[in-house]
Design a protein around this ligand. Structure first.
Ligand code: ZN
Ligand code: ZN
Length: 356
């Protein structure tokens, strides 16, 4: 990963942010900017180069992982050593989403009147929204594991197996395929439980004619995958079969609408239209999709209020759903890579209704 390119992108924009230096405190952002995977590390972005900061537990690990960067190990609380590292800095930007009010006050006290603390938002987040080649490769790898686990699990369904057992089998299958862990707790919902968009697996046993909703994903090299499939065990109720067709069509319309420059709201509207036309508008209770990367939910989003144009290089999910209380529900979800001409679906699992 070319972490230096990312750091230089921030250095180049310090003036735009109205600061002389920027203190990155969010651990995930430290990882994004340096490759450091320990539990405590910060990055000071200065005009004359970046500085990696950590405590004594990580001197060795950072020597290895952050070899290309000047490093400083602090022995006192960071705020006490900061003044010595900020020579010539009048305005220091900090990540307002990450620093508590109490921490900001302590920093301000330690810095005295010489350095003005400037809250910033959405700086690294917006950088993260556009994935580079290495990130896209990691996401593809996480999704390949997820696809393989889905295929592996299909012959495990039998009358009496519980949601909770399937969730555990999914986890084992993903780990067997090389996942570092789960991208999130798997959602496994049988029959009427599929009416809950985010159902937690229970001891509900599978029965003939149940719909099965699976929302899961692998974690690989820090990157997440996210996929939902709704399949049928035996012959499902006619309405659920019809709903699957509607959601499938809605998802395809959404995928066809994704393109760099189009807003998240516009894509959401295209998918939602299909569901509204079929009479289920009220039953599509969430937004269409979200960005995926180092976090399972990140920028950019596909939803009614998302008026920013999608950037090429973003990875977003397209996941329409219809949920009918007491009956069941259907969601189909895939990650897509946004390109200048449209998008590329990351996964390979079939999207038509599978009837086991
Ligand atoms: Zn999702
Ligand atoms: Zn999902």
């Amino acid at each position: 990963m070319d972490h230096d390119v990312r750091r230089r992108a921030l250095t180049a924009r310090l003036d735009e942010f109205g600061v002389d230096a920027l203190l990155i405190t969010r651990l995930l952002h430290t990882r994004y900017l340096t490759g450091f995977t320990g539990s405590n590390g910060q990055v000071l972005i200065r005009r004359d180069g970046a500085l990696f900061l950590t405590d004594g537990r990580y001197t060795e690990q950072s020597r290895r992982e952050v070899a290309d960067l000047e490093r400083h190990t602090y022995t006192n609380p960071l705020r006490e050593e900061l003044p010595g590292l900020l020579a010539g800095t009048g305005k220091l930007g900090f990540e307002a989403e990450d620093v508590t009010v109490a921490a900001r006050d302590r920093f301000a006290e330690a810095l005295g009147g010489d350095v003005e603390l400037v809250p910033t938002t959405d700086i690294v987040e917006s950088l993260r929204a556009v994935k580079d080649d290495d990130e896209r490769a990691a996401i593809r790898q996480a999704q390949a594991i997820t696809d393989a686990a889905f295929t592996a699990i299909l012959d495990r369904f039998a009358v009496g197996v519980t949601e909770e057992q399937v969730a555990r089998q999914l986890e084992t299958a993903m780990r067997d395929e090389g996942a570092d862990g789960l991208a999130f707790d798997s959602i496994v919902a049988f029959g009427e439980n599929a009416a809950e968009p985010h159902h937690e697996p229970t001891h509900r046993a599978l029965a003939e004619g149940d719909i099965i909703k699976l929302d899961f994903g692998a974690l690989a090299a820090g990157y997440h995958a996210d996929m939902t499939r709704t399949i049928a065990f035996g012959s499902p109720p006619a309405e659920l079969r019809a709903i699957h067709d509607v959601v499938r069509e809605s998802q395809q319309a959404g995928i066809d609408a994704v393109k760099a420059g189009v807003t998240g709201a516009a894509v959401d509207a295209v998918s939602r239209e299909v569901i509204e036309r079929a009479g289920y508008g009220e039953a599509f209770v969430h937004s269409l999709g979200h960005g995926v990367g180092l976090e399972i939910h990140e920028a950019p989003s596909l939803g009614r209020k998302q008026d920013d144009p999608l950037p090429a290089g973003a990875v977003v999910t397209v996941e329409p759903g219809i949920y009918l209380a007491g009956v069941g529900g259907v969601r189909i979800e895939d990650m897509v890579e946004v390109t200048d001409d449209g998008c590329v679906v990351v996964g390979t699992s079939a999207r038509d209704l599978i009837e086991l």
